[in-house]
Design a protein around this ligand. Sequence first.
Ligand code: PM9
Length: 456
Amino acid sequence: MKTIIEPFKIKSVEPIRFTTREERIKILEEAGYNPFLIHADDVIIDLLTDSGTSAMSAKQWAGIMEGDEAYAGSKSFFRFESAVRDLTGDKFIIPTHQGRAAEKILFSIVGGEGKYVPNNTHFDTTRANVEFSGAEAVDLVCEVGKHPEQRADFKGDMDVEKLIKFIEETGVENIPLVMITVTNNSGGGQPVSMQNIKDVRAVCDKYGLPLFFDACRFAENAFFIKKREKGYENKSVKEICQEMFSYGDGSTMSAKKDALVNIGGFLTLNNEELAMKCRNLLIVTEGFPTYGGLAGRDLEALAQGLEEIVDENYLTYRIRSTEYLGEKLIDAGVPIIEPPGGHAIYIDAKRFLPNVPANQFPGQAITNELYIVGGVRAVEIGSVMFGKYDENGNHVAPPMELVRMAIPRRVYTQSHIDYVLEVILEVYENRDKLKGYEFTYEAPMLRHFTAKFKPI
Ligand code: PM9
């Protein structure tokens, strides 16, 4: 087989500013040892997130010029609505400025004190919005999904038995909806199988519960289904997406991922009463229902992005480029979540730095060293992001300590990725010298964004 190449040519480029190791040591110290607080201009390869960092296509930029900026009923809204409906089949399509705005609206209405929301794994903003409403966010990912070293095709699947037990124990009246996140970002960008989606749908039907998707990476998930699940090999990715959404009652979406835009999101629903409540709240918090916090030009780019994301040449390259980095790391003995996920590679910090305990943030130690060694910015997904305190103030660690290197869509070439690989291998070779960190500042919610640290 020939090399899978980038299925695009580069028309416009952005220079990378190079820094020295000495400069980076100073920059990191000034940022309180939190790469979120580093200026992007001081980063050589930015793998902080795949969210809002995509390179747009010529057609998307053309759409920006086409954008209709009418306050109400703009033609860009109707193009957006029809692109979203074509994929989801849902009746009510509500634009929002990004994914968390859709979550905030949905959970402000269905959440609240005494409610519980099960998910395979909530992403941080979803968890924060559920909990901000007073409800509790419960993760029910399958057992294999919690073991980075174990390989399985669909490690993002929900544990259906646990879901049934949870519903029986919690009471249907306390559960507003069941959610499935595709792909499972906090669990390694691992896909959810169509069979699991159908099984969860059947459970929801049995108990009369709505099923919602956190659909950020729906196309990457569909591509994994096509490649790994029997019966889907001859279906188009678009058909697989349509089938997946057909099992849901709605979805929240950050278009900053699988709609290839720099800003945007949406909420889709089938229940008219709920949709009306959401729209009314949207008007208070985001804007009129035909723009929802976005400009007409954003809606155009988003609609075009939804067409491009299901292109199978694009998805072949996308999934292969993540796998390429993952395979090379596995070959070199670097512990990562296996198999590689869709949008990112996740280093297993527990195995990478066994001598740094969870309450000294091994993931943060690796993340900071990646920056010092090569100006590569990654993100900790472990005790900094999800750690809690018990009633005695003791640190309670999440199940996994990870460092995520998310790959922006259509931005970096193979030689950029080869450079990243060299940087990771250098950090790995010198791992015995790495030390942990402690907080000097932490916010009460979503602390990873603004926390400051000092080395131990
Ligand atoms: N995800 C990510 O980097 C961006 C924020 S954290 C740096 O992975 C899921 C599964 C996400 C997600 C964002 C959101 C929120 C919801 N669900 O960022 O509000 O991965 O558009 O989306 C980020 P917004």
